[in-house]
Design a protein around this ligand. Structure first.
Ligand code: COA
Length: 389
């Protein structure tokens, strides 16, 4: 048997895929042949969803049709509101999202149909409904009535509308739209891999998405963006950043949820240079800060980067990742920290479902092996004769 990998499968290639290309040394990200910079500048999230699912940019009538499907599918069954009212009071939004997506499986007429056509329709339904679930649960936790989706407007606009009841400012909705594009897909990341493993058993799309949501939740993956906000708040002002970063890197203070000596929003398994998504978000975050007349969060973020570089993280190939500037960006767009990871899920649902479709289209069960390193040839003894150790 080949030697076991003990480094989290770093560098292991598990599938051929036509969806996404990443060059971690060059800091390059490409969806289906298009650079992330090009898509972020010119495209919409809806168009990128079509691209990731179908493999090419849509024609005008195809995009119109997809947008019509999205506006039709934003509503959720009334019973979903009853389910979310009955979730235990301490439920966090990511757990609510996982539960509600699981609930939606039973309400989907095509749940067990893994054909490409049904999978596409389910991908559209899930992408359309997830913002409705997140916003409704958030409002419920704030003792506010849920706001039903509008048929008009983009997915980003509708999400912001369902959170606040206000039609958002165009810069805010475009900022969230671009952020959704940037988070939509990222190769064989942990949550996508979890989704692919589940779908490789020929489990249905909803089941695979629940596995992916569960995996995104962790602080080493999608949970990092909320911890970045926590860090920015703890730092409070740019001049405190250097001492804070030093304390963390020297192990005097550990950010709850992370291993010791880790700065949230830094480092990446694949990128050993600037994450190109972070650079795009950095500009958006600055623009949003200037728009609302409060650049404090982006200023503290920049001070953290300067301190991290000074402490030698860049020399080690540890740079800011996508989660780093999502924090200041989302916060200045009026989104609360507890929703950051669910918003990540609202974007990554497109990548997950694209991969599930790719897996189902040419399936082979994903079933690796472990290298057994435990004891051998032990002899069973009756319970009365056993001794500790
Ligand atoms: C994402 C992450 C889990 C990738 O980890 P990985 O590929 O297993 O990398 P490693 O843990 O092997 O780290 C390699 C080196 O970089 C350092 N490093 C990695 N991320 C770091 C961080 N966020 N802060 C400080 N140092 C970091 C490690 O301490 C290690 O240093 P060493 O070689 O001196 O021991 C890791 O970078 C991390 O914990 N980041 C913080 C959480 C985060 O932002 N997650 C979102 C990712 S998009």
């Amino acid at each position: 048997m080949p030697a076991a990998t003990t480094d989290g499968m770093a560098g292991v290639v598990v599938a051929n895929s036509e969806i996404c290309y990443i060059d971690g040394e060059a800091g390059k990200l490409v969806y289906r042949g298009y650079s992330i910079e090009d898509l972020a500048e010119h495209s919409t999230f809806e168009e990128v969803a079509y691209l990731l699912w179908k493999g090419r940019l849509p024609l005008k009538e195809e995009l119109d049709e997809l947008n019509a499907m999205f506006s039709e599918e934003r509503k959720v069954p009334n019973a979903v509101y009853q389910v979310l009212y009955h979730l235990p009071p301490l439920t966090i939004p990511m757990d609510a999202l996982r539960t509600l997506v699981s609930y939606l499986a039973g309400a989907d007429p095509e749940v067990d149909d893994n054909s490409p056509e049904a999978n596409f329709r389910k991908a559209v339904r899930l992408t359309a409904k997830i913002p409705t679930l997140i916003a409704a649960f958030h409002r419920h936790q704030n003792d506010e009535e849920p706001i039903r989706p509008r048929k008009e407007g983009s997915l980003a606009e509708n999400f912001l509308y369902m959170l606040t009841g206000q039609i958002p400012d165009p810069l805010v909705s475009r900022t969230i739209d671009v952020s959704l594009i940037l988070h939509a897909e990222h190769g064989m990341n942990a949550s996508t891999f979890a989704g692919r493993v589940a779908s490789s058993t020929l489990a249905d799309m909803h089941s695979a998405v629940v596995a992916a949501i569960s995996t995104l939740k962790g602080p080493l993956h999608g949970g990092a963006n909320a911890l970045v906000l926590r860090m920015l708040r703890e730092i409070g002002s740019p001049e405190n950043a250097e001492a804070y970063v030093r304390r963390v890197l020297e192990g005097e203070y550990t950010i709850p949820g992370l291993p010791p000596k880790r700065i949230p929003g830094f480092g990446h398994r694949v990128y050993k240079a600037w994450d190109p998504r972070a650079l795009i978000l950095r500009d958006l975050s600055r623009k949003m800060g200037e728009k609302i007349g409060d650049t404090r969060w982006i200023d503290i973020s920049e001070a953290v980067i300067a301190a991290a570089e000074k402490a030698g993280l860049f020399e080690k190939g540890v740079y800011p990742n996508v989660d780093f500037f999502s924090a200041s960006t989302y916060y200045t767009c009026g989104i609360r920290g507890r929703l950051f990871t669910p918003v990540f899920a609202a974007a990554r649902i497109v990548g997950w479902t694209a991969h599930i479709m790719e897996q189902h289209a040419d399936n082979k069960l994903i079933r690796p092996r472990a290298n057994y390193v435990g004891p051998q040839d032990l002899k069973w003894v009756p319970v009365e004769q056993r001794s500790a150790g």
